[in-house]
Design a protein around this ligand. Structure first.
Ligand code: G6P
Length: 368
């Protein structure tokens, strides 16, 4: 049964709940689980050690996965990365360096703008790699190497399990690149791989907080506008959270880099606007929390997504906390994607929207 919701009310809920399994299944293809190392089965038509630049292009949620990957490849592989939405990239016609790799990310493998961006990069002599969920797709066919997401068909318009599969692969590739480029020692790489291996269990753990997220979503469904804040590799998750919320609940939401708060969005803060802060513990958490206090000082209503350490650090006065299991900061964006999905999902259910088929949106945008 290709299209079977199981015990769930919507495909989106089913797909959210499949993630411990789909992430685990995807990782099994990219890692040597027993040896706790990255092991790519795809033959690479390029050498990570010799790449001059990585260019990532995609649309929608897949673009935000690419934005997280930028932080990973820069940090763990010291590889310069450009990321752009495909609809801008294709017409900007950017100069691309010799020995550059262009990586396109697309669940469907048929998004018109992403395909056009791929064709431009190919014409410019780039190596072309694609992360796709549909292996018979046009994007898969036109790429030099494909990295399959292996999460099974995704039915709900809002992407969930494909996103966490994309992120899991991008994380694995960043480790492979870091080792090839001599940035990560075997023991550094081992610590990161371990964090990935533990991820499915942590996602299961996260899903146990669904009841709490549902309660918070009841209040969220009364908001007119919502602001999402994150820093560093959690910034793209803030963007993704805002995208999901507007897509399926039709509540206006914006994602912002926490440090930019003072350059604009803080003017909007009042008791009416919930501000969702994504800040699991890492070296930037304190900076993000200090932005959170700036919101609190102006009467903003805060929903904090963090772990036990962040909770202790944040102290009292926070309206709502969604607690994530404590994980290695490397994998925190993958885990944080889950509460963000649940918030959008439950808010949409309270709003009574057509969760799996939101108005005006299509699963796959094959026309420009
Ligand atoms: C549409 C979907 C999004 C998706 C985007 C890119 O807008 O509604 O969920 O992220 O297309 O799709 P792709 O298949 O290229 O990942």
């Amino acid at each position: 049964a290709l299209a079977d919701k199981g015990n769930h009310r919507h495909f989106m809920a089913k797909e959210i709940y499949e993630q411990p399994e789909t992430v685990s299944h995807t990782l099994a293809h990219y890692l040597d689980l027993a040896g706790e190392t990255v092991k790519l089965r795809e033959e690479l038509p390029f050498d990570f050690a010799k790449l001059s630049r990585l260019t990532i292009t995609a649309c929608g949620t897949a673009f935000y996965a690419g934005l997280v990957a930028k932080y990973w490849f820069e940090r763990y592989a010291r590889l310069p990365v450009d990321v752009d939405v495909a609809s801008e990239f294709r017409y900007r016609e950017p100069p691309l360096p010799d020995n550059g790799l262009t990586l396109v990310i697309s669940q469907s493998g048929e998004t018109a703008d992403t395909l056009a961006a791929l064709r431009y990069a190919a014409k410019e002599g780039q190596h072309i790699a694609a992360l796709v969920n549909v292996q018979e797709s046009t994007i898969a066919r036109e790429s030099h190497v494909i990295f399959p997401t292996l999460c099974g068909p995704e039915i709900a318009v809002a992407s969930t399990k494909a996103t966490t599969a994309q992120l899991s692969i991008l994380a694995s590739l960043a480790i492979a690149a870091g080792q090839a480029r001599g940035v990560l020692s075997p023991s550094d790489a081992h610590a990161l791989v371990r964090a990935l291996i533990e991820l499915p269990r942590n996602i299961s753990e996260m899903l146990r907080f669904e009841g709490r997220v549902e309660e918070i979503s009841r209040n969220l469904s009364r908001a007119k506008d919502v602001l999402y804040l994150g820093r560093g590799q959690l910034y793209p998750i803030a963007l993704e959270g805002a995208l999901k919320l507007k897509e399926i609940s039709y509540i206006h939401a914006e994602g912002y880099a926490a440090g930019e708060l003072k350059h604009g969005p803080i003017a909007l803060v009042n008791e009416e606007m919930p501000v969702i802060v994504v800040a699991p513990s890492d070296e930037l958490m304190e900076k993000t929390l200090s932005n959170m206090y700036e919101v609190a000082a102006r009467g903003g209503k805060i929903i904090l997504i963090t772990d036990a350490e962040g909770k202790a650090e944040a102290g009292g006065g926070i309206d709502d906390i969604i607690e994530m299991p404590r994980v290695h900061p490397f994998v925190a964006p993958i885990l944080a994607a889950v509460p963000v999905q649940l918030l959008a999902y439950h808010t949409a259910v309270f709003m009574g929207t057509d969760v799996d088929q939101p108005r005006n949106l299509a699963k796959s945008v094959t026309v420009e």
